[in-house]
Design a protein around this ligand. Structure first.
Ligand code: SAH
Length: 241
């Protein structure tokens, strides 16, 4: 039976997931602890990716080559870009793109050279399951005003914390819902390996001049409860192993 990988970018989220695992044991690879065990009755491996595209790509490549993984779920937080994507909402990616990839004029802006594409689609079944799990989690945690959005999430090696940068991203990528720092890297690696994946992000800030304050408050107070809740609901609904 192949395992489901749950990857998080931040310590707070990892801690919440590990606390809910009855039997986790660490396997050390490339300076990371891959926690193998069970969560909500499923066989899982849970790992902290660290922050940024390279860290996420290394983590994904190790999971896929060494941990007998059938699919990968990436959880974390993101900055809201599109109007109406507010702090406390959840965004489930249907595709990911590297907003800082630019080999123009050799290739169109954002296209990953030699892949012939800028966007990497997530697995539709996993994404639908995570969207449903997110709605259940928000209702459980008493946040009925929070919304679950599905669409494009963009990634780059920048914490977007200025209104001007946010405006530029929205102008260049008008359908982008949210920005973060890992998802599109994971997407490219999963594409290479032919393994399904999904990315779910809770919105910690609006990627504007207040982003660092909002981000820190959200991570401290909310992020880990959201992540644990939605991951448990998602795993609960899967067939028993
Ligand atoms: N102080 C934090 C740094 C986190 S960097 C720490 O040491 O853990 C921000 C993380 O949240 C990244 O993993 C990124 O994917 C996500 N994120 C949240 N808001 C973001 C924004 N406005 N721009 C880019 N990434 C954001």
């Amino acid at each position: 039976m192949k395992r489901i990988a749950i990857v998080g970018a931040m310590h707070e989220e990892l801690r919440a997931l590990l606390d809910a695992m009855p039997d986790e044991r660490p396997v050390l690879r490339a300076g990371r602890e891959f926690w193998v065990g069970h969560l909500a009755g499923q066989e899982v491996v849970v790992v902290l990716s660290r922050i940024g595209k390279v860290a996420a790509a290394t983590t994904a490549a190790l999971l896929l080559s060494e941990f007998d993984v059938s699919r990968i779920v990436f959880t974390g937080t993101a900055g809201g870009l599109a109007p109406g994507v507010n702090v406390g909402d959840v965004v489930v990616a249907d595709a990911l793109l590297q907003h800082d990839m630019d080999a123009s004029p050799l290739f169109p802006r954002h296209e990953v050279p030699l892949y012939g594409r800028a966007r990497f689609a997530t697995d539709a079944t996993m994404s639908a399951g995570l969207a449903q799990a997110s709605r259940t989690m928000l209702a459980d945690l008493g946040a009925p005003q929070a919304r679950v959005h599905c669409g494009l999430v963009v990634s780059g090696d920048r914490f977007v914390s200025e209104r001007a940068e946010n405006d530029a991203l929205c102008a260049r990528l008008p359908d982008a819902l949210a920005v973060e720092m890992e998802g599109a890297a994971l997407a490219q690696v999963c594409h290479d390996f032919g393994v399904p994946f999904a990315v779910v992000r809770t919105v910690s800030d609006r990627a504007d001049d207040h982003a660092h304050v909002d981000f820190n408050r959200f991570v401290a107070e909310v992020a880990s409860r959201y992540t644990l809740g939605l991951v448990q609901h998602y795993l609960d609904k899967l067939p028993a192993p």
